[in-house]
Design a protein around this ligand. Structure first.
Ligand code: MG
Length: 213
């Protein structure tokens, strides 16, 4: 969008110290967040971290003798994910998405699988810790959207419980968490019942100004 000097734009704009105004979409207008326009009379770089999106994914092999846990909920099944922790692929994908959105590394960096501390650990613990990490960096969670790919069993009866469990671990409302379930349609490792896979996308919102732009 073309920048204008010193002239109000119909979708709202903000004047910076350099006298260059930045037209913003409706959703970023101060009235939408009850933020005073003076909050934006700052360096343009401070717009950059207001919202941040992150993506994460994870896959675990399914083996006999392991509990199948997704989003902290135990799913009755004869196989479960092989992993150092409880192998909760859904929680792991969300952790990576949250850390990625804040550019703070990944789950392996914060919870290495070489550490005995995380052996058979509940991945809800990872979610709670990651929430603290991103909060410390000044970010709050707007929403989480995730998909679990699993051939069997059907996850539909467990989805609401999973969403609530994730929301509690992240300290947000259930309506801010969406979990969807798909099968592998009989193809690839998921479709053959050999693995569980998950993808997640999150949106973070800056709650306080970070010292680093
Ligand atoms: Mg994992």
């Amino acid at each position: 969008m073309k920048q204008r000097r010193g002239k109000k734009h119909s979708t709202g704009n903000f004047k910076t110290k350099s006298s260059v105004s930045y037209p913003l979409p409706i959703i970023l207008q101060p009235s939408a967040f009850k933020i005073h326009p003076s909050d934006f009379r700052l360096q343009p770089s401070l717009f950059y971290p207001f919202f941040r999106v992150g993506i994460g994914n994870d896959v675990h092999r399914l083996v006999r003798g392991r509990k199948l846990i997704l989003g902290g909920v135990r799913i009755p099944f004869e196989k479960g994910p092989l992993g150092h922790s409880d192998g909760d692929a859904l929680a792991h994908a969300i952790c990576d998405a949250l850390l990625g959105a804040a550019a703070l590394g990944d789950i392996g960096r914060h919870f290495p699988d070489t550490s005995r501390r995380w052996r058979n650990a509940s991945s809800l613990l990872f979610l709670r810790e990651v929430k603290k990490i991103i909060a410390k960096a000044g970010y709050g969670i707007v929403n989480v959207d995730a998909t679990v790919e699993l051939e069997r069993p059907k996850l539909r009866p467990f989805i609401s419980r999973i969403e609530r469990k994730l929301a509690v671990a992240l300290g947000i409302k259930p309506g801010q968490v969406s979990v969807k379930a798909k099968t592998g349609e009989g193809v690839d490792a998921v479709g053959l019942g050999l693995a569980v896979r998950s993808e997640a996308v999150v949106l973070l919102c800056m709650q306080q100004r970070s010292s680093e732009p």
